[in-house]
Design a protein around this ligand. Sequence first.
Ligand SMILES: O=P(O)(O)OC[C@H]1O[C@](O)(CO)[C@@H](O)[C@@H]1O
Length: 436
Amino acid sequence: MGQIGFEDCDTPLNTRLSARYKRSFAYPSFKDRIPVILTKVIDHLVRDKESIIAHFGEKAREEVKNVIGYVSQLKNELMTDKPLTELSSLGSDHELWNRILSDKTKEHSRPPTWFQTEWLYAECYLYRRLHEAFLQTEAIKHLDPFHWQKTKALENSLVQAEILAQHVNKIVSNNADSSETEQLFYEFLKISLWGNKCDLSLSGGTEICLQENPLNQVLKYDSFILADDSQCVLKHLADSPKGTIDFVLDNAGYEVFTDLCLAEFLLSKFDEHKVLFRTKAFPWYVSDVIAKDIHYILNTLKEKKGELAECANRWQSLFDSGKFQIVENQFWTTPCVYADMEEVDPKLYGELKESKLIIFKGDLNYRKLDSDINWPPTTPFSQCLKGFHPAPLVSLRTLKCDTIGGLQPGKAEQAASQSESWMVTGDFAVIQFDSS
Ligand SMILES: O=P(O)(O)OC[C@H]1O[C@](O)(CO)[C@@H](O)[C@@H]1O
């Protein structure tokens, strides 16, 4: 790869993240981490070819070969920093992608390349291209190349999930007074927050999961929460009329298990009307939740029996009665930042306006909330949202890339003195609320 256009520095302040800045997290991400993710997809298709054919039929034999070729080519394009090419007309969203690509080309008078353009666009484009490899097939159109990793991660977190299940089962069947409810609210919010540590994209597909009791972890890690607006969230929930909670999900496996716990707690103790789980429409960032993952988790837990099955059966009834709903939307798999949502998808923006509280999980949602800009860390959170205020919202995010706003003076420096890589390891977190 030529080194023209690269700069040996961090992303400049007030600029969108890009892999052209060699000291930013985007650069090693594209150089090392994403190629590993693609290699794992190829390995899976090679290794599990026969079982894929057994499942999807003989037609899949040729198609698996074609997808392997497509993904190998995609990896090569990335690693040699080729210009991004237009998407084919498969998929109802291709016009939006190609329009943005052509706008970027107009800005720079040549098509953007993987490393030289904005990281957010290029990284989302990668997952959309991977999706295209499957859209071109017939038999394996709906194959999720990350499913095996997600299921393995879920299996490996069942010990922690069972501890939580026991806790939730007890709480929903008991009456709590208001001060207990308050304490439990903070606990469930933080359990869901730290659940975001378990993502397979940051680790290149290697499982990062909690090795400890999640209830102990909540107390122990409070000092790693760099901004904590949980009291404002509680006040908002308690003072406003009952309504709909929108939960913009992130990762499958243990994280979504913690999200379901929080959602049930909000229904049972705050008596909210319903929770809408907003999911991606196709496999995304390795472990992001698609609707199928929620059905899978419910079925798996039901089979485990005991506390896990008790939880899953209750959640199933909530889905059956419409108190829990899964809502897919293409917008979440576009490269658009949320400040552009009102213009790009006014219908979705209108739906979110009806929300009592929107909960955004995880790092990528945060990047889209704050327009993926390297803000001075003390920039008010509300300012980072750049006009995205459909309804009161909270971000529950463990930090996995180098953008952050809304910190008190001195906080960023304090975290940096504890760990040089504080922004990218998932060890630090924020709970940030906006009601403007
Ligand atoms: O699952 P999350 O929390 O959105 O994290 C996704 C990961 O992808 C990234 O957006 C970059 O690949 C990181 O910022 C983060 O590591």
